[in-house]
Every structure is written in C-alpha cells, then in structure tokens.
Write a protein that binds this ligand. Structure first.
Ligand SMILES: *Cc1c(COP(=O)(O)O)cnc(C)c1O
Length: 360
C-alpha cells in the first residue's frame, strides 16, 4: 500500500507519522493493554492526554493566561449558533463580515438570535476579495464583530487582523488555525473545527477570553455554555476522547517539526510555488484578488471547462486526489494544509505543467 497526495478540503490529509503512531498504539495505548478510546475520560491516564493537549496548544499558539481553551462537539457550525447565545449578553445586534460561503452560513445562523449587521460584503465580487477596512460599517452598539479568517471554499484569506476599537473580535479559523503565528490577545473568541488543520472531524476548538464567559442565554444547552464547559474542563459530558488524543498527536508533530514558525514558513513556500505555477500558465487561472489569496485553499479554473474531467481523471491516476473544486466556484481546488508536504505540491505542479503541455 502506498499513500497518495490528498488535496481534500476537509476532512483532510494528516501527517503520516501521526497515523502510524495511532496505528501502533491502537490496541495497546501506553502499555495499558487497552485502546485510548476504551478508557474513562475521568481516569488519571486520560487526564494526561487532556492536559498535554491543552498545554501543547497553548505553547504552539502562545495563548495568554486570560483565555480558556474548550474542546467541544458540534463543529464550527455548532459555534455559529453558540457564539451569539453565549456573548450577546443582552445586546441585540452583532456585526458580520460576509467574505464567502462560510461567513454567510455563520451570519445566517446568527440571525436566529439577533439582528445581524453585515458590515462588509464581497458577494458582488463573487467572494474574490476582502473589502477595505475603511469601508466597513461597524456599529459600535454591536455585541461583537465576526469574520472568517480563511474562506475554505472561495480561497480568500485575511492577511492581518482587523481592529475596530473595543468591539470584541470573533474569528472562524477552521481552515487556517495553526498555519501561521497569530496574536491571540487581539481576539475575544477564536474557534475552529479540527478536520482541516488539526485532526479528524469530531472536535471543535474554542479559545475564549475570560470576560466573554458567564453571560450565556438562560435557555442555552448546557454543553454549549462556555461557562459550564470551562468549569468542567470541557468534560461536562463525555468528550470525543479519541479525537482529543489524535489532535494531541498532531500538536506533538507540529512541535517536533519546529512549531508554528516552521509551519508558517513551509505553508508560504508551498502556496507561493503553486500560485506561481498558475500565474505563469495560460491554461490555469485563479479568480481571487492577489492581495487576499489563501495559503491553504487554492482554487484554479481551467481555461476550457471541458478539460476538467480529464484533468481530474489523469491527476487521480498519478496519485493526486480530491482536486475537484467546490460546485459554487467550479474548476479545481488544492487544499494544502500543514500536513501536505512540499513534495505533494511539487507533484501537483509537475502534473499541471505536463497536462498543459499535452492538452493546453
Ligand atoms: C469546514 C468549515 C466550517 C464548518 O465546519 P463543521 O465542523 O463542518 O461545522 C466552518 N467554517 C470554515 C471556515 C470551514 O472551513
């Protein structure tokens, strides 16, 4: 058996060494004679998994003391609803930036809980850019300002952190968390589903500043109440223990590889190469404003859509999988998260050039 290069947007490729370690420990974890998924989440053994996971994530992202890290279920989509329920705190409005498919889903869900002010919107451009901060209409009365750091479907990524006075900043980092250094102290909440850059689907990371905790709606489900989960170390009910373990292995892998700065450097090199290949070709193009191109999800359109089918077929034969673009954008999309090695990007570029030579 040989592993191929998997460009899936999510769930997505994981470091091979992590999978091998999990395989090795599958039946007998830590000499216990049991799988880590078979033991109590309240036991001393599992506690070590939980504590190391939290410590490693804190170290990797340099998370300040006045933040809690929660490991919840329900995905980033669950958080779309949890966020207003936890932090509106009597206010009636929230600001949302609409820069792509995921922003839009987040704001739609929030509309069930408050008045949503879309303070910046790039839908007229078909989500290929980010409106200039000077043009954002941020309402000072809003409880918070929500944006999506990386639009997984549209391939648009913020290059810095917007700042509008004291309004709490809430950020969906599902598809670029751990891909570059960030200043956590600028945010009220950062959240992310694990299945893009952290591990398998099934656990959601919420990094939440202490002052955002404790004001949830009275009728919120207790598993979604940040205060109750923080008080119980995210074990108000049985957590997704095996996922915690696997995300923990990914954290160890990041540290081994040189931490966040190594990830950032590698991701920049991979993305630069692929964009360069697209730019210098006459067959491929990327629709996104150069200033906001994603380093994680790179859509590209073939000049002749008739070629899409054979491109995907031949790519598949060469061990390059899951390159089909999202139906709303068309063409192709290469997701090149932390775990995609540079060799995978090189192989993709070689294939694209060969395909252009023979079909272009
Ligand atoms: C995948 C994704 C989501 C949805 O995540 P789920 O875990 O499926 O709920 C939300 N936001 C972004 C940016 C994503 O990439």
């Amino acid at each position: 058996m040989s592993r191929i290069f998997n460009f899936s947007a999510g769930p997505s490729t994981l470091p091979e060494s992590v999978l091998l370690k999990a395989q090795k420990e599958f039946l007998d974890w830590n000499g216990s004679g049991m799988s880590v998924m078979e033991i109590s989440h309240r036991g001393k053994e599992f506690m070590s998994v939980a504590v190391e996971l939290k410590n490693d994530l804190t170290e990797i992202l340099n998370i300040p003391d006045n933040y809690k890290i929660l490991f919840l279920q329900g995905g980033a989509t669950g958080q779309f609803a949890c966020i207003p329920q936890n932090i509106l705190n009597g206010k009636t409005k929230a600001c949302y930036v609409n820069t792509g498919a995921w922003s839009k889903k987040a704001l739609k869900e929030a509309q069930n809980h408050c008045e949503v002010i879309v303070c910046a919107d790039s839908e007229v451009s078909k989500f290929t850019t980010i409106p200039n901060y000077v043009d954002w209409n941020v309402d000072e009365q809003a409880a918070y300002l929500h944006y999506t750091d990386n639009e997984t479907i549209n391939g648009v990524e913020f290059q810095d952190i917007p700042s509008f006075g004291d309004i709490p900043l809430v950020c969906d980092m599902s598809s670029n968390i751990l891909s570059r250094a960030i200043d956590v102290s600028k945010f009220a909440i950062i959240y992310a589903g694990a299945q893009k850059n952290m591990g398998p689907a099934g656990v959601t990371i919420v990094i939440v500043r202490d002052d955002m905790i404790g004001n949830a709606d009275k009728n919120i489900a207790s598993v979604f109440d940040y205060a109750q989960q923080a008080k119980n170390d995210s074990m108000l009910n049985t957590p997704a223990t095996y996922n915690w373990y696997l995300v923990g292995l990914v954290m160890k892998w990041i540290k081994q590889e040189g931490g966040i700065s190594a990830m950032e450097k590698r991701n920049q090199i991979k993305a630069d190469k692929l964009y360069q290949a697209i730019e210098t070709s006459s067959l491929y193009s990327n629709p996104v404003d150069k200033a906001y191109r994603s380093r994680m999800n790179i859509p590209f359109i073939l000049a002749d859509a008739e070629l899409d089918k054979s491109f995907l077929e031949l790519a598949g034969q060469q061990g390059l999988s899951a390159l089909k673009g999202h139906r709303s954008v068309g063409g192709m999309r290469a997701s090149i998260y932390n775990a995609m090695p540079e060799a995978g990007v090189n192989a993709l570029i070689d294939f694209m050039q060969e395909f252009e030579r023979t079909h272009g």
